[in-house]
Design a protein around this ligand. Structure first.
Ligand code: DON
Length: 580
């Protein structure tokens, strides 16, 4: 009892003790951006499915209950680590149609027409999600397709009741949805955003899902009636996707990018994502500084974070691309020599300006990440995307399937920024059958051969720094996994040459110190939606506190708990759901 009161007294003095405790579990954890999808994944685990079965069921479910980013018409990545220690990476990201060309988004005078790359049929790349989910099921799962797709089909056919977290996106996107009759017919009710308590029913999508469940993605989608409908609609809408493009689509497996940071081993996304390489490059640079001693978001820490991010993004933007088309210098970029050289170029008292100026670009996009760990210790980190919210805004015929605008991730023109403000180079130039460079970073961390963390997020180019900050906040600052992903973020990507700040990321005096060193800041609200799991402990350094009396309540694990899940406070509808 005395200990309890001592703890209560301690609480107000602890910097981030106001965050709720991570969700604790003994038997598995599913964290997604929509609570019904999390429940479906947890139910698959409860019924004896493994993490990969749950990943497939969640992938299909999010296409229904999180339609702004969950998808069949997009693509994504899975980083995995099996309970036996085997690691791997599944690439089911979209590919450029065979008729794509490097200058397809430029006018006759070589000027970029950026809208074409992010809206309408011309922005759509060949979708990979149905093939990817089937690949995961057949290679790593144990359950049949009908079982894993049944919950998604039911939710699409019978509908589900929207919460306030679900309706926010429809409120924010109402003017856009009104301009897209196919989207408006599904997601608006008489031209207005649905309200909490309303039901969203998607009969066309239910039919497409049923076709895929019955015949498999190959026969229903890539070589079948859904593919034919996509090709037909694409042609009618001025797009490039043909039945031949769909028939050619293939999932790839690739070796993940792996690196070490302060005794932890990081396993993440290789090219065609820049995610893992850039996270590892930044970590390698940061390993030369004592971030813990500097303190969370002190001027000293922000200085080295921003400089490490800047240098790594400059490399990202010029030197990475689809590995089937470009030789990626991953080992060099994440190696100690390169990091040492970058550290030697960082002026401890001045911001380093990024060379060459560029126009700025508008942001507005979505993607979704989910993290799963089962009772055996199999781990799945999946990030998949339509790129922008509701992708290209196109739906093929009566399929109910929203198509991506992933072509916008390519270099539309050398030196011109894309929708995320990324100024990219030749490595990421458009070519037929090529996959655009991504920033998605589904990431798994181990220590001494044991699973420690699963994490990822949407956020365009900011995905890289969101994942990075989750790692730094847990490893260097000893935050609980919930605190680590909820903490205010910063982001620097070289160009535009400003440090983006979430609300509350810097105190006024810290900001003034850094402005005195030449930093420019932009206040940018909130971004991203990380979904994360820690295994064994709710906070990595809780064992270092020495005695339980010094632990905040939210870092005190119940004695039965083994797995700790955290859904980002920024995302309204998601949840970490535990398997008892
Ligand atoms: O693959 C990428 O990097 C982007 N298409 C991801 C888009 C995204 O995360 C947008 N979400 N906010």
């Amino acid at each position: 009892m005395r200990l309890f009161f001592a703890l209560l007294l301690l609480l107000p003095t602890l910097a981030r003790a106001a965050d709720p405790a991570p969700v604790a579990s003994a038997g598995g954890m599913v964290v997604t951006a929509q609570h019904l999808a999390s429940e479906i994944g947890a139910d698959i685990l409860r019924r004896g499915g493994n993490a990969y079965d749950a990943a497939v069921a969640v992938g299909y479910a999010l296409a229904v209950v999180y339609p702004e980013a969950g998808n069949l018409g997009g693509g994504g990545f899975m980083t995995f680590r099996k309970a036996n220690g085997e690691t791997g990476f599944v690439d089911f990201r979209e590919k450029a149609p065979l008729a794509a060309t490097p200058t397809m988004y430029q006018d006759g005078r070589g000027h970029l027409r950026p809208g074409l790359a992010i809206h309408g049929w011309l922005s759509t790349a060949v979708p990979g999600s149905p093939a990817g989910l089937e690949f995961i099921r057949t290679h790593y799962g144990t359950l049949d397709r009908a079982t894993l797709m049944a919950p998604a089909i039911r939710l699409a056919r019978d509908g589900f009741v929207l919460t306030q977290g679900d309706t926010q996106i429809f409120d924010a996107m109402t003017p856009y949805l009104r301009r897209e009759p196919a989207l408006a017919a599904i997601f608006l009710h008489d031209g207005a955003a649905p309200r909490p308590g309303d039901r969203l029913v998607q009969p066309d999508l239910a039919r497409s899902l049923q076709q895929i469940a019955d015949q498999g993605p190959d026969r229903a989608f890539y070589h079948g009636p859904i593919g034919a409908e996509i090709a037909q609609a694409s042609k009618a809408g001025g797009g490039l996707i043909t039945e031949q493009d769909l028939a050619h689509y293939k999932v790839r497996t690739l070796a993940p990018v792996e690196c070490d940071y302060r005794g932890y081993h990081v396993i993440s996304a290789p090219p065609p994502s820049s995610g893992g390489t850039t996270v590892c490059e930044i970590l390698q640079i940061l390993s030369g500084y004592d971030l813990h001693a500097m303190g969370f978001h002190s001027a000293a820490e922000i200085h080295v974070l921003a400089e490490a991010m800047r240098h790594a993004f400059i490399d990202r933007n010029d030197r990475l691309g689809d590995p089937d088309f470009w030789k990626n210098p991953v080992a060099e970029l994440i190696g100690p020599e390169h990091a040492r050289k970058i550290r030697s170029e960082i002026d401890p008292l001045r911001a380093t300006p990024t060379p060459k100026a560029a126009d700025e670009a508008q942001e507005g996009a979505n993607t979704t990440h989910y993290s799963i760990v089962d009772a055996q210790g199999n781990a799945a980190a999946i990030t998949y995307t339509l790129n922008a919210w509701f992708g290209s805004g196109e739906i093929a015929g009566h399929t109910g399937i929203v198509l991506n605008d992933e072509m916008g991730d390519f270099t539309g023109k050398l030196g011109a920024p894309n929708m995320f403000g990324l100024v990219q180079g030749k490595a990421n130039e458009i070519a037929p059958g090529k996959t655009p460079l991504s920033s998605m970073a589904p990431t798994i961390v181990t220590k001494d051969g044991k699973l420690v963390m699963v994490v990822g997020s949407p956020g365009g180019s900011r995905i890289i720094t969101i994942v990075l900050e989750a790692l730094v906040n847990t490893i260097d600052h000893g935050m609980t996994i919930q605190e680590a992903i909820d903490a205010p973020r910063i982001h620097e990507q070289g160009l535009p040459d400003v440090v983006l700040l979430e609300r509350g990321a810097l105190s006024p005096d810290t900001r003034a110190i850094l402005e005195g060193r030449g930093y420019k800041f932009r206040d940018t609200g909130y971004w991203g939606c990380a979904e994360a799991i820690l295994v064994g402990t709710p906070a990595l350094t809780s064992q270092d506190y020495g005695n339980a009396g010094a632990l905040p309540l939210n870092a005190m694990p119940p004695p039965w708990a083994k797995i700790f899940g955290a859904h980002d406070v920024r995302g309204g509808a998601g949840a970490a759901v535990a398997v008892p």
